[in-house]
Design a protein around this ligand. Structure first.
Ligand SMILES: Cc1cc2nc3c(=O)[nH]c(=O)nc-3n(C[C@H](O)[C@H](O)[C@H](O)COP(=O)(O)OP(=O)(O)OC[C@H]3O[C@@H](n4cnc5c(N)ncnc54)[C@H](O)[C@@H]3O)c2cc1C
Length: 633
């Protein structure tokens, strides 16, 4: 029997990585918010790898942080190890990767949610969404409780009709043995949403005491920890190492000998899997010439013997898993604590959403995270934050917050989803961001913190901290061209020691810093007026801005062209079927996606440059007709 259990502004269905950010954003913006999870112990569950960040994902985490989100802070609080990847490459691909204590990560996030004003969290399975006149009005739990709301954010991850598959055994389940959510899928279908069936997989967890680490290469963290959050200057912990080992010919033979028992190749698994996170059997079949595959052994936490076997996700039968694991150097006597498995789940086609992540069909109904066809904690958290912000902005009668492709990886992520859609789990990559030299992990605060402050999510403390950094950087960038460096024995010995050409005439420090082998920090002795309190993060900005100035300017010019097309707004009520000269495919795709700008229209697959020209001419005609009417009027 249904009963009214509460009245809220926003209901967030799911408190995973997306739901946590969405719920916190709404509550922090002053909205009365309720968050649901099938099990409160699934809050911020890291169902797969015990790490946050890596290429492109680190940029997302820093952007979430710069906007006032929680993931980076929670990561720093739960840190086991952190490394900066790609240090030998350009700044566009340099990225932090943190190993975290999974239980601590969940506990910290749960406590942050519990302490958050305006936010209630509840253990309940949402089975129905109430809609009146195409507007969301409430959600219903399995126990019949009705929670009225003006907006609802669906962030159900891998739980919707979750089915776990290991060999020839499969059963309805969410991740990590949690209950699946089986009824909400039918509700979404009834409301007219197109669902897709995706799949992901995870490797076994093994007992640390059964591993021979002497046969592996240690992978320590960075000597000096770079915190993930801009709010933290320093973190000092005793870092735990990871370990590197490899599969070998014997491993691959066992997998191939049992490939007929693989649900992936028998057709038992129908969900579409993650291209950039393949299972070990996928790798062995697809890359038969490869003699070995890298395996990273990663700690799951401080107070546990569970170790994560990165690179060996699988859905082969348990006996086969043990057999192939024991061929890996260091794992000869390994004991498995949790078997590897694959999970299939329902998600929606994200082209059914606006760039605010609100659904086009039902007002006030938003979607974020894995349910939108993405894969990854970071991708989920980024969407959760933006869905939360935009649900709040709408209820507060404020304009929506839309990040474009030149502002943030978050903008690239959401634009790709709602404009192009995805027919496999979408994972963020640096190659997806055309302006990646501008979208670095080191400058996310310069790109987004002002906006986060304007929205009301960035705290005074964070804003003050950012302003201090910004002012310091601006002052130094103005001062350095005026600092002259004259040739001397000391100067030239320094340059020679750096493998740099000695000076014959004077040069300003700004120009000297353009030399790849010379950095800001090491030139302190050449610069007597340099302020003593320059932040490391400012020193990093100075080196990047000066050394990559030419490339950055070139990319900024490309952005001007991009923005010109983004600013060509398309009338909301345009009828593409009235436009002569448009291809039928373009009419169909433009009507389905309803792009907001010429820029977005040009990114829809099947809409050709010729179609864009026709559309531009049509819009010009519309504008002229309107001007004529106004003149006659
Ligand atoms: C087996 C497995 C392997 C993975 N492998 C990878 C990988 O290799 N690489 C990678 O990047 N990512 C991987 N992931 C994905 C990663 O875990 C997710 O991307 C991430 O957790 C998604 O976050 P989310 O917030 O969208 O959903 P989740 O973190 O799944 O959270 C969903 C939340 O919704 C709640 N919920 C669901 N339905 C309901 C309902 N009806 N009512 C109330 N609450 C509900 C749940 O309780 C949970 O709190 C894997 C996940 C799994 C399960």
């Amino acid at each position: 029997m249904n009963f009214i259990a509460g009245e809220y502004d926003v209901a967030v269905v799911g408190l995973g990585h997306a739901g946590s950010e969405a719920a916190l954003a709404c509550a922090r913006l002053g909205l009365k918010t309720v968050g649901f999870a099938v099990n409160l112990d699934s809050i911020a569950l890291m169902a797969c790898n015990p790490s946050i960040g890596g290429p492109a994902k680190a940029q997302l985490v820093r952007e979430i942080d710069a906007l006032g989100g929680e993931m980076a802070i929670n990561t720093d609080k739960s840190l086991l190890q952190i490394r900066t990847l790609n240090t030998s490459k350009g700044p566009a691909v340099r990225s932090l990767r943190a190993q975290v204590d999974k239980k601590l990560y969940q506990m910290n996030m749960k406590y942050t949610l519990e302490r958050q004003e305006n936010l209630d969290i509840k253990q309940a399975e949402i089975v129905d969404i109430l809609v009146e006149d195409n507007k969301v009005t409430g959600v219903v739990t399995k126990l019949g409780a009705i929670y009225k709301c003006k907006a609802c954010i669906i962030t159900t991850g891998t739980f919707l009709k979750g089915r776990v598959i290991i060999g020839d055994v499969s059963f309805n389940s969410g991740p990590s043995g949690l209950f699946p959510a089986n009824e909400l899928s039918e509700t979404l279908k009834r409301l007219g949403f197109k669902l897709m069936r995706f799949k992901t997989g995870t490797p076994a967890r093994v007992d640390k005491r059964s591993i021979d680490f002497s046969k592996m290469e240690i992978q320590p963290g960075d000597e000096v920890i770079t915190p993930f959050s801009y709010m933290h200057d320093k973190i000092e912990i005793e870092q735990l190492p990871c370990w590197l080992t490899y599969t070998n010919k014997r491993t691959h033979e066992i997998i191939m000998a049992n490939i007929d028992r693989s649900p992936l190749f028998s057709g038992e698994i129908t969900g579409v899997g993650v291209r950039y996170c393949p299972s070990i059997e996928d790798k062995v079949v697809k890359f038969p010439h490869k003699e070995r595959h890298q395996i990273f052994i990663e700690p799951e936490g401080l107070n546990t013997y569970e170790m994560y076997v990165q690179g060996m996700s699988s859905s082969l039968p348990e006996d086969v898993q043990l057999e192939f694991l024991r061929t890996v150097p260091g794992l000869e006597n390994v004991r498995v604590m949790r078997p590897a498995y694959a999970i299939e789940y329902d998600c929606i086609d994200p082209t059914q959403l606006k760039v605010t992540l609100e659904s086009k069909k039902i007002e006030g109904l938003y979607f974020a995270g894995q349910v939108n066809g993405t894969s990854g904690y970071e991708e989920a958290a980024a969407q959760g934050l933006m869905a939360g912000i935009n649900a709040a902005m709408k209820l507060l009668n404020e304009p929506p917050i839309i990040l474009d492709r030149s502002q943030a990886y978050i903008g690239v992520l959401i634009d790709d989803l709602v404009t192009k859609g995805t027919n496999e789990p979408y994972r963020m990559l640096t190659s997806r961001a055309e302006y990646r030299l501008l979208l670095r992990q080191d400058n996310a605060d310069f790109r987004l913190t002002e906006l986060g402050y304007k929205i009301g999510l960035v705290t005074e403390e964070r804003y003050e901290k950012f302003l201090k950094k910004k002012i310091q950087l601006e002052k130094e960038m103005q001062r350095l061209p005026g600092v002259m460096v004259r040739p001397s024995e000391e100067v030239n010995n320094f340059l020679i020691s750096k493998g740099s050409t000695p000076l014959v005439t004077g040069i300003d420090l700004y120009t000297l810093l353009k030399r790849p082998e010379i950095d800001y920090k090491s030139t302190k002795f050449l610069d007597k007026d340099r302020p003593h309190d320059i932040l490391d993060s400012v020193a990093e900005q100075i080196d990047i801005n000066i050394k990559y100035e030419g490339y950055i300017m070139k990319q900024l010019r490309q952005v001007e062209h991009f923005k010109a097309l983004e600013n060509k707004k398309i009338p909301e009520d345009i009828d593409y079927y009235q436009i002569h000269g448009l291809s039928n495919e373009a009419k169909e795709k433009l009507t389905k996606i309803r792009p907001t700008s010429i820029g977005q229209a040009s990114r829809i697959s099947g809409v050709s440059p010729a179609d864009i020209s026709v559309l531009l001419i049509y819009m010009q005609q519309l504008r002229r007709n309107k001007e004529d009417e106004e003149q006659i009027g």
